[in-house]
Ligand binder design. Structure first.
Ligand code: ZN
Length: 203
């Protein structure tokens, strides 16, 4: 199982971190060991002093494929949820400054959280998804998939021209503006519309 992630897929988020709007999707990956198992505790990583949440819509790949045309791309997805692409922002800033890869900042154990899956009808993918992250009860991030720079079908097609898609792969589709820090004791809750799909306490 692979975890694909899209960076800088919302204009407001690219700007808040001082990044240029990308000319093609920015893709990175997390290994299988980055996925937090259901009902396991999440611990603040000891190598960071600046842990950031990034709420993202996550798609589940339901079909093996390569070189998937955009028009066919929605057939490769069978469920959606929200998740967190946890990022050690201090580590990432250092790596970015040196022009080095991001894995130490983004791909560590348990850095990927996914909520409960919502099965997807093909038609549903065409309408926007509104999603929200609450921290300690307060809304800290809100996203609308219609504001993505690269929509679902483009991302799937683009990724599949480099990497095989396999059943069970996950695709984090990028975070909207409002990323920020969390500390031990914070409780994060992710929603699509008003359906709560995960709750996580930082230990
Ligand atoms: Zn992200």
């Amino acid at each position: 199982m692979k975890i694909f992630c899209v960076g800088r897929n919302y204009v407001d988020h690219a700007k808040e971190l001082g990044n240029a709007i990308p000319e093609e999707p920015v893709i990175f990956m997390k290994p299988k060991s980055a996925l937090l198992k259901a009902n396991s505790p999440f611990y603040y990583p000891e190598f960071s002093n600046e842990l950031h949440y990034e709420i993202e819509l996550v798609l589940r790949i339901a079909k093996n494929g390569k070189y998937v045309p955009e028009k066919q791309a929605d057939k490769y997805v069978d469920a959606i949820t929200v998740g967190i692409d946890f990022t050690a922002r201090d580590v990432q800033s250092e790596l970015k400054n040196k022009g080095l890869p991001w894995e130490k900042a983004k791909a560590w154990d348990n850095s990927a959280i996914v909520g409960q899956w919502i099965p997807l009808e093909l038609e549903r993918l065409k309408k926007p998804f509104l999603f929200t992250l609450r921290k300690n009860g307060e809304v800290v991030q809100q996203g609308d998939s219609s504001l993505m720079i690269y929509p679902f079908n483009h991302i799937i097609s683009h990724i599949s021209s480099y990497f095989s898609l396999n059943i069970g792969d996950l695709l984090f589709t990028g975070t909207p503006a409002g990323v920020g820090e969390c500390v031990v004791g914070d409780v994060l809750e992710g929603f699509i519309e008003d359906e709560r799909l995960f709750e996580l306490e930082i230990k």
